[in-house]
Design a protein around this ligand. Structure first.
Ligand SMILES: *C/C=C(C)/C=C/C=C(C)/C=C/C1=C(C)CCCC1(C)C
Length: 238
């Protein structure tokens, strides 16, 4: 059992703590703002709040788990992602729906995100000896999602949904391309296979610490930032 007090040099515990606080604050913000959101955008802002709320609950748990065991809460990390990433797909569907997005597009995005996350979990936990292979499969699903958003159906529909939706979709596309790309970096740092056999951090404990810090930073950027883009869109267009 480790100490229950966060050492200021324990960046893993600290980022879990600050992550919890940030997700909680963001949820309160999105939920309270629902009252002054036009009915057209209310569901989208609600989903932004659900994403940060689900993360807040997981972060609260993961923070305690990490503090008590000193270990990486990988299982709950993936439970969080498997709930929140499909909700981000719902956001893309909702903002392009007015331009005619079909439910099939939503299922495509959700299916690809499940493939991305399940194969990532297999590589981290169930078959770590093949972490490079599973990482590549997960990466392919990730690129498919990025493709749909940058050049595929999401991009095309957003062009016909008015200038504000087009602009917001472009910003969200950058989140997916750059913000989401932070996660494979965490995976490369934390798994034994490293970057096609090259291990960036040799010591296993340090590698896992680096992975947790990278994932925690990525979550804050992607969940709160993503929600704020939707929020900003809801203010510009009614
Ligand atoms: C709120 C949580 C989010 C936006 C999580 C996103 C997670 C990813 C984009 C994870 C991607 C991965 C790869 C592309 C390859 C290696 C394995 C993963 C699962 C870390």
């Amino acid at each position: 059992m480790e100490n229950h007090i966060i050492d200021p040099h324990n960046y893993v515990a600290f980022t879990f703590f600050i992550g919890t606080m940030a997700m909680m604050a963001a949820s309160v913000f999105f939920f309270f703002e629902l009252n002054n959101t036009s009915s057209k955008w209310r569901t989208s802002v609600l989903v932004s709040g659900l994403i940060t709320f689900i993360a807040a609950v997981h972060y609260y748990y993961m923070r305690g788990y990490n503090l008590e065991t000193g270990e990486s809460p990988t299982f709950f990390r993936y439970v969080d992602w498997i709930l929140t990433v499909p909700l981000m797909c719902v956001e893309f569907y909702l903002i392009t729906k007015k331009a005619g997005a079909k439910i099939a597009l939503l299922w495509k995005l959700i299916f690809a995100s499940l493939v991305m996350l399940v194969t990532g979990y297999i590589g981290e936990v169930l078959d770590p000896a093949q972490s490079v292979l599973w990482g590549v499969i997960s990466g392919a699903a990730y690129f498919y999602i990025a493709y749909l958003i940058w050049f595929g159906e999401v991009a095309k529909l957003s062009q016909t949904a008015g200038p504000q939706v087009a602009k917001a979709t472009r910003i969200l596309a950058w989140f997916v391309l750059v913000g989401w790309a932070i996660y494979p970096l965490g995976y490369i740092l934390g798994t034994d296979g490293g970057l096609f056999g090259i291990k960036l951090v040799q010591d296993k404990a340090s590698a896992l610490h680096a992975m947790d810090i990278v994932y925690n930073i990525a979550d804050a950027i992607n969940k709160i930032g993503f929600g704020l883009v939707i929020y900003a869109l809801s203010r510009k267009e009614d």
